[in-house]
Design a protein around this ligand. Structure first.
Ligand code: GDP
Length: 294
């Protein structure tokens, strides 16, 4: 039997380069207040390669997680470039919703069409975030209309065409329902996200199934497989079956992580609906599935 989790949201972020994704995520993390000041010193968070190195683990896939109103929000970065063998789709499959971030002056750019189309194909209903409304040349309401045009152009159904939207200045640190009235925090965006992105629908009692969507690498632990757990529970140290294109092999989970703020924290178990990172399997590839051995 499936049930909907209410304690977590998995949301993909789709944006054209320079429309403010890094600034937005940075702002959300800062406002979530879960960081020591030293972690926030200097450069913007997603760009801070040194910080990542300091933590002993590289964050190639820029997933981050934050807590809001007792809910864990996993924000999944989508590749901005054209597809590599279904990469975009696999990443989007980890999410139950999407944020489409648009520059209030530039509006939707042709390059966002591809990822957006994939998101719609995956059944995601995007929330539109019109960012940079502080720009003197902002055309905030026009950009909402252009987003609608784009959705219709991509064949969106009525439900998707009736998308929720919010205005923001990631640079000044606020989201607001009225572009003429600046706010004082990102709260309106977070609330919209909790309301419109459904929690994962899961079957915790089924046997484990996890599709590998991203591979990360660390000198210390080797290959790190990242994916969403579709069904069941995964435990650190457990044996599992690794289903690959070339066939099935046996494997064993080394360390198990979930996303936490900028990085990852080790955990004993993770369950359906969680996005997890698993070490211990040197041959693992994107597109493989981890299953219960039985
Ligand atoms: P990304 O490529 O989508 O990650 O974009 P960045 O977050 O790096 O932002 C690109 C540029 O836009 C930077 O110079 C930011 O300072 C600027 N920017 C981001 N958000 C805002 C905003 O709300 N208002 C204004 N005026 N500039 C912004």
């Amino acid at each position: 039997m499936t049930q909907r989790r209410t304690d977590i949201r998995n949301v993909a972020i789709i944006a054209h380069v320079d429309h403010g994704k890094t600034t937005l995520v940075d702002c959300l993390l800062r406002q979530s207040g879960q960081f020591r000041d030293s972690q926030l010193a200097g450069e913007r968070i997603l760009d801070s390669g040194d910080l990542e190195r300091e933590r002993g683990i590289t964050i190639l896939a820029k997933n981050i997680a934050l807590q809001h109103a007792g809910v864990k929000i996993n924000i999944i970065d989508t590749p901005g470039h054209a597809d590599f063998g279904g990469e975009v789709e696999r990443v989007l499959r980890m999410a139950d919703g999407a944020l489409l971030l648009l520059d209030a002056a530039e509006g939707p750019m042709p390059q966002t069409r591809f990822v957006l189309r994939k998101a719609l194909e995956c059944g995601l209903k995007p929330i539109v975030v019109v960012n940079k409304i502080d720009r003197p040349d902002a055309r905030s309401q026009d950009v909402v209309a252009e987003a609608l045009e784009l959705f219709l152009d991509l064949g969106a159904d009525e439900q998707v065409a009736d998308f929720p939207y919010v205005f923001a200045s990631a640079k000044e640190g606020f989201a607001t329902e009225d572009p003429e009235v600046p706010g004082d925090s990102m709260q309106p965006l977070l609330e919209m996200l909790l309301e419109h992105v459904p929690g994962p629908e899961v079957d915790v009692n089924s046997p484990l199934q996890m599709l590998v969507s991203q591979i990360d690498y660390s000198e210390y632990v080797g290959r790190i497989a990242i994916g969403r757990i579709q069904a069941g529970t995964i435990r650190s140290g457990q044996s599992l079956a690794l289903m690959q294109e070339s066939g099935q092999t046996e494997g064993k989970v080394g360390q198990l992580f979930v996303f936490d703020k900028l990085g990852r924290t080790e955990t004993e178990t993770a369950e359906a609906g969680d996005i997890a990172a698993v070490t211990g399997m040197e041959k693992i590839e994107i597109g493989d599935t981890l299953c219960d051995p039985s």
